[in-house]
Design a protein around this ligand. Structure first.
Ligand code: 5GP
Length: 207
């Protein structure tokens, strides 16, 4: 197992409804060492790519994006979420259905922060159906910029987002890819990266 798969097994809690809770190192409390390792691994996987901006979405993507932006020495921009659709005169706007909150969000970036000159690496904590990633891609394209790649900490491979993005031709790199997870047994199976399969019991923790 790699460092992130190991951390998920140790600290992740599988919730009902196909949700993996990783609040104690990624989504509430932040383990800076794990974030740093994720950022270094993403930088390694995208070596040779020209990147002049990191784009993520609030809130949990910001930590990874900031450390990665520091490694590239480029700015990090985070798209904001809003439930109301205000004027789009001064901003690029897209829509994304939130898997965790079960609602549609408007996602926006103010126009000065994305331009046609941008070569953007998109980063997020989770990839599930690809709603957030596709909204971010849409924002970059509205600005006339280029999506250089998509870097994800945890991809839920049992959902369609990863497959669709790869089929669309994007370089998508995910540090841990879940193949399946079972709430009753708290068991997670990781997808091989690239040639092995690991099955482990996630810790039984307070649900
Ligand atoms: P997508 O937009 O790809 O459908 O879902 C990814 C987004 O939903 C991420 O930004 C993340 O916030 C949230 N998400 C989806 N599934 C999970 C999950 O199992 N656990 C957590 N913590 N967040 C998730």
């Amino acid at each position: 197992m790699n460092f992130l798969e190991q951390k998920i097994v140790e600290d992740g809690v599988i919730k009902e409804g196909n949700i993996l809770k990783v609040d104690n190192f990624l989504n509430h409390q932040i383990d800076v060492d794990i974030i740093r390792q994720i950022a270094y691994e993403l930088k390694r996987r995208f070596r040779g790519k020209q990147v002049n901006k990191i784009l993520t979405i609030e809130a949990s993507g910001i930590a990874i994006a900031t450390v990665l932006a520091d490694l590239y020495d480029v700015p990090v921009v985070f798209a904001k979420k809003s439930q109301t659709a205000n004027s789009t005169d001064d901003k690029y706007m897209a829509q994304a259905y939130s898997f965790t909150h079960k609602r549609m969000n408007n996602v926006f970036v103010s126009r000065p922060y994305l331009t046609a000159a941008d070569k953007v690496l998109i980063v997020d904590d989770f990839l599930a159906d690809g709603q957030a990633a596709n909204a971010l891609i849409d924002l970059v394209h509205q600005a006339g910029g280029e999506v250089v790649g998509i870097g994800i900490a945890i991809e839920k491979g049992q959902q369609q987002g990863g497959r669709l993005l790869r089929e669309a031709g994007y370089q998508l790199e995910s540090i841990a890819i879940l193949q399946s997870m079972d709430y009753a047994t708290q068991t997670i199976v990781f997808k091989e990266q690239p040639t092995r399969l690991q099955s482990c019991n996630a810790k039984q923790q307070a649900r």
